[in-house]
Design a protein around this ligand. Structure first.
Ligand SMILES: Nc1ncnc2c1ncn2[C@@H]1O[C@H](COP(=O)(O)OP(=O)(O)OP(=O)(O)O)[C@@H](O)[C@H]1O
Length: 248
């Protein structure tokens, strides 16, 4: 099999006496949508933050496309084609949908000087329009982000993360707080983006239906360790997973 896009090896992280992540290893290959699930407190966010350079792991390595990125700052990772979305929205409520998306593109590509003295859109208008159209936000192009529904803001947040053209995107609870209709739309658009661009996703999510319908493979964490890995169907019927969720 080809070299993994993301390779996580033996990550450990403790907070005082709490072992939040205990020797987690996994690979993610190009075009995969990997779901990372587990009960509350099972270590998902800590693992994400160790992968993304927001927390320093006590042990272990992270490789992206074969390159050791362990300990690299989030901004460096971003330049290597690793994007992320946050549980908390990162949109600017007083700016329009269009301006939010252009700004996201500028952050990834423009220098401070080009932002100050370059064309106001830093040449990103066409990309932004394409992204707006892809996420079906055209009718909201000039609406202030703060006036959008929560689900529409989540969609905008994803569109902003993709403006860098990342090879790998880590999505932190993309479905959290989104209503059912919007959820189906969000899932469909993420799947379409993955199919069109062969972008690799890792998704932390509590909404089981969303995960099972979007992801090609699922890893289950409990008490900081991997307890199961498989296709959505395999995970659904795995007794260890059922027990972990029931607190057994
Ligand atoms: N900064 C911190 N300081 C101390 N303990 C922490 C810290 N961050 C996480 N923990 C602990 O580490 C364990 C794993 O937490 P983590 O947030 O990674 O789990 P999670 O699976 O993401 O949970 P949730 O699904 O509720 O978001 C928990 O016991 C948590 O209390």
């Amino acid at each position: 099999m080809s070299q993994p896009v993301l390779s996580v090896r033996s990550i450990e992280k403790s907070f005082g006496g709490i072992k939040a992540v205990r020797g987690v290893s996994f690979d993610v290959h190009k075009g995969e949508i990997l779901g990372l699930i587990g009960p509350n407190g099972s270590g998902k966010s800590t693992l994400f933050n160790c992968i993304l350079g927001q927390l320093e792991p006590d042990a272990g390595q992270v490789h992206v496309n074969g390159r050791d990125v362990s300990g690299l700052r989030p901004s460096k990772l971003n330049r290597l084609g690793v994007g992320r979305t946050f549980q908390q929205l990162a949109v600017f409520p007083q700016m329009s949908v269009f301006d939010n998306i252009v700004l996201a593109g500028q952050e990834h590509r423009g220098t401070m000087l080009s932002r100050l003295f370059g064309p106001s859109d830093a040449g990103l208008t066409a990309d932004a329009e394409r992204m707006i159209s892809f996420f079906r936000l055209g009718h909201l192009r000039d609406t202030l982000a703060g006036s959008l529904s929560y689900g529409q803001q989540k969609l905008l947040d994803a569109a902003m993360a993709f403006m860098a053209g990342p090879a790998l995107v880590l999505l932190d609870e993309p479905a959290g707080g989104v209503n059912l209709t919007m959820l189906a739309h969000l899932r469909e658009r993420l799947a379409a983006y993955n199919a069109e661009h062969d972008t690799t996703f890792v998704v932390i999510e509590h909404n089981m239906e969303f995960v099972m319908n979007l992801c090609t493979r699922v890893i289950v964490l409990a008490e900081g360790a991997v307890i199961a890995e498989g296709t959505p169907d395999e995970i659904r019927s795995n007794q260890t997973v059922i027990d972990a969720y029931l607190g057994g």
